[in-house]
Ligand binder design. Structure first.
Ligand SMILES: [Zn+2]
Length: 189
């Protein structure tokens, strides 16, 4: 285990400022001198641990360089890992999978309607290890707890564009707007 580093210091700083707007300079100072990676650490807290850290991308009330931890973050980490998979490989899998369950599409911090709980991601094997599947990028994927347990009746096949469009067309305006906002955030249009 690494000694408590910049991420832990950022955690403590943000926890001490729940509900208050803080600046990137404050976070950088909290991370410690010479730590240039504070932005990445903040992103990890958001994406891997489901911390509700809001930026100007999420709220028109915030300016660039301002951050707001809106509420108490989930107690446990948003991502749990299979043992024996290196941290580097886990990070590659999560990054490639966009921090999204590859079966149901939920992300850390989303509420899973199947359980009513916040989603946590696991790293799962596509071909099980007992069947000879390897701990390598091509055989790993991000799955939420529910899908990891095989508890959702969803196939592993990705939805087609045609099917997605048909679903979006028949959705309500609020849902269409949510899809629009998500895509705009993702592609920065
Ligand atoms: Zn899932």
């Amino acid at each position: 285990m690494r000694k408590p580093g910049s991420k832990e210091r950022i955690r403590r700083f943000l926890l001490a400022h729940i509900g208050q707007v803080v600046t990137s300079i404050q976070i950088r100072d909290a991370a410690g001198k010479g730590v240039s990676e504070w932005a990445r650490r903040v992103r990890e807290l958001r994406e891997q641990e489901g911390w509700p850290i809001i930026t100007h991308n999420d709220s028109a009330d915030l300016k660039p360089g301002q951050y707001l931890l809106n509420e108490k973050p989930p107690k446990k980490k948003g991502v749990r890992f299979s043992q024996g998979i290196s941290a580097k490989l886990r990070a590659e899998v999560l990054d490639r999978n966009g921090f999204t369950c590859q079966m149901c599409g939920l992300a850390p911090g989303d509420i899973d309607s199947a359980t009513g709980r916040k989603v946590r991601l696991h790293i799962g094997h596509i071909k099980d290890k007992s069947l000879g599947g390897k701990d390598e990028l091509s055989n790993l994927r991000a799955l939420c707890s529910t899908c990891n347990q095989g508890a959702k009746n969803i196939t592993g096949e990705k939805p087609t564009g045609m099917w997605l469009l048909s679903q979006i067309r028949r959705a309500g305006q609020d849902e269409q707007r949510a899809v629009f906002d998500w895509l705009r955030k993702k592609f920065g249009a």
